[in-house]
Design a protein around this ligand. Structure first.
Ligand SMILES: Nc1ncnc2c1ncn2[C@@H]1O[C@H](COP(=O)(O)OP(=O)(O)O)[C@@H](O)[C@H]1O
Ligand SMILES: [Mg+2]
Length: 223
């Protein structure tokens, strides 16, 4: 079983958006998945239930045949069995997020402040043996491409991090995904946008890097 946690110390940088899209791709690839919302706001269960607001602590529901959703504010899931992947949407507080010991952190960043916050808590994130951190610039293009490349260069110098080379732009399709409770590549006019394409590429690479490309899962099940 592999665990990926989506984290940044800053709110509104795209954590829930990335977590929801991880769920869509894991589901499409037939990966048995538990999606956990540790964020008390419950945005992930809201999204994956198509807008239902009233999830109580500990609420569990099936998103699909492959994906179960757990609303677990502040508490890291324990004793999980029977899934290949756990996706955790964490709150913007490292004291709480670090209760998860993920194999991989995906950290969306929208600018220098988000990046610096992240650099401060990196030692905590890298504590679990073998843990990795992947930074994904999301909506970081407001300052133009030069500003973005400067940030990407700065991020590449922080030891222990990897950086996804293509930034996810500020994108109407990605924004719409959250309004329609749908993947960005399925919203009207979404499929051909760079926002949807890059988001999907990051996510497929994340699942691949955890040995969860669909081929591998099928092979593992047959074995
Ligand atoms: N690349 C993007 N382009 C446009 N809007 C985005 C993008 N990424 C996120 N958003 C929007 O920004 C807001 C915050 O994103 P969200 O994923 O909820 O952040 P967080 O979980 O970090 O608080 C949401 O309204 C979301 O739809
Ligand atoms: Mg969120």
């Amino acid at each position: 079983m592999r665990t990926v946690a989506v984290y940044n110390n800053k709110g509104g940088v795209g954590k829930t958006t990335i977590a929801a899209h991880l769920v869509y791709r894991a589901d499409a690839k037939g990966i048995r998945t538990l999606a956990v919302a540790m964020d008390r706001q419950g945005d992930l269960p809201k999204w994956l239930s198509g807008g239902d607001q009233g999830h109580r602590d500990g609420a569990v529901f099936d998103f699909s045949k492959n994906v179960t959703v757990l609303y677990s504010p502040d508490a890291a899931p324990e004793g999980i069995r029977g899934v290949d992947l756990v996706i955790v949407d964490t709150p913007a507080a490292i004291e709480i997020a670090s209760r998860v010991k993920p194999d991989l952190w995906v950290a969306p960043c929208d600018g220098r402040m988000a990046l610096e916050d992240l650099a401060n808590v990196l030692p905590t994130m890298l504590e679990p043996p073998g843990a990795r951190v992947l930074i994904v610039f999301n909506r970081a293009d407001a300052g133009g491409t030069r500003t973005l490349s400067a940030m990407q260069r700065a991020a590449a110098k922080i030891p222990g991090l990897s950086v996804w080379t293509e930034a996810i732009p500020d994108s109407a399709a990605v924004k719409r995904a959250g309004e329609f409770y749908m993947p960005a590549w399925d919203v009207p006019y979404g499929a051909s946008t760079s926002g949807a394409r890059i988001l999907r590429a990051v996510i497929d690479s994340v699942l691949d890097s955890m040995g969860l490309a669909d081929g591998n899962v099928r092979r593992a099940r047959r074995a």
